[in-house]
Design a protein. Structure first.
Length: 166
């Protein structure tokens, strides 16, 4: 076995300057969204919970709480073009197949980044959207889409999103 004492960030190991977000820390941005679901809402409804966010933000935590009264059994958390009716870019880029029907209390929050691989943990929103530095948008919306809503439950979804400036 070999004893190792090195930086986790490969750029520092190579003797280069590292991104502050990954090395010494940088500003964090928190967005809190509260959404009321109405029983009459149809399947494939899109609920935008963050509007026109900076493409260089790196999502580090998204926690979802919800009432057990909701009948949504399959929802995704994804990335959309900004603006009302902005096109879907990737509807399950962040989380896939969230079942709200049992609710999520404060002590048992759902992970809104469950679909992001560990290897992608430092990716910016535009990278998670499949874009490059050259093709990124000026901003993105984040939103839930209900794939299977079920019959008529109403309730509240509260989401706390934390990002670091990349």
């Amino acid at each position: 076995m070999t004893l190792v004492d090195r930086y986790a960030d490969a750029t520092l190991v190579a003797g280069k300057l590292g991104n502050a977000a990954f090395v010494t820390g940088d500003k964090t941005i928190t967005i809190v969204s509260q959404l009321e679901i109405v029983a009459a809402d149809d399947n494939n409804s899109v609920y935008r919970i963050a509007a026109n966010i900076n493409p260089d933000l790196i999502p580090i935590r998204i926690e979802i709480m919800a009432d057990a009264a909701l009948t949504i059994t399959d929802a995704n958390l994804g990335i959309y073009e900004s603006g009302a009716s902005g096109a879907v870019i990737d509807d399950n880029a962040l989380a896939d197949a969230i079942d709200f029907s049992s609710g999520f209390a404060r002590t048992a929050k759902a992970d809104g980044l469950a679909a992001v691989a560990i290897a992608d943990n430092q990716k910016r929103i535009y990278e998670l959207a499949g874009h490059t530095q050259a093709t990124k948008k000026t901003g993105y919306d984040l939103g839930f889409v209900t794939i299977a809503k079920g019959a008529g439950g109403a309730g509240t979804i509260s989401t706390t999103m934390e990002f670091v400036q990349g």
